[in-house]
Design a binder for this molecule. Sequence first.
Ligand code: DGL
Length: 270
Amino acid sequence: MAEPSAPVLLFDSGVGGLTVYDALRKVLPDAPVIYAADLAGLPYGTKTEAQIAARVAGLLGRLAERWQPRLACIACNTASTIALGMVRDVLEIPVVGTVPAIKPAAALTETGTIGLVGTEATIRQAYVDDLETQFAQGKRLLRVAAPGLVQAAEAKLRGKPVDPALIADVHDRLTAMAGSGAGDGSIDTLVLACTHFPLLAEELAAAFGTGVRQVDGADGIARRIAHLLEGQSFAPSPGPDRFVVTGPLAGAAGLEGALAQRGFGAAEAF
Ligand code: DGL
């Protein structure tokens, strides 16, 4: 049984995992959390599989040694679809991953055409092919990479405006793909296959229309974590949750409001 003070470790390349943190807080308001953002490695989506796997496994090993968490969550689709198995081999605690929410999207779609927006690395993973084969038989799953949206989400949380052209580009590419396939169904369901993207839910809704459902994995992951920690006790936290970053602390500049609003202390260097 974990120490009552042992934290839950949430890990992402940047602020995307805060969408998982927000969902987790709804089901586990008292669990101590350490959020680690690998800002020195951001973005993961443009890196190779080998780079991502080595970085994520190495960093999670060091983070786990330092903070002795009771559970680790890789709150990043890119890292999870590539390195989840490897991290599970390395850590001796439960490791929860984040994978594209293709299963719920396939259950929801009425037109049978689903858009999937992720990073370049995520959308080419066999893991995603397997999810499609398993859960989206008979549906069209149209995948696009949107690296610009990762930067847009990072900027938005730092109080900067989102360039509407970035959102329009994703919309236009998906709409063109939907129109050019064998079927003629339009996209009615959008899988946000990157934890950064729910931070842009309003902007995406403005471009795609409110009739297009946005599906992400955050609530499901939060429920999974709560289930794995059922029956465990949480010591009252001696202070606010920690938000640690790799690389220069200046990388977290501008996030003060977003962190304070969620009850984190000031960003710390790892
Ligand atoms: N938040 C990450 C994900 O869910 C990726 C962002 C990045 O490219 O680093 O895929």
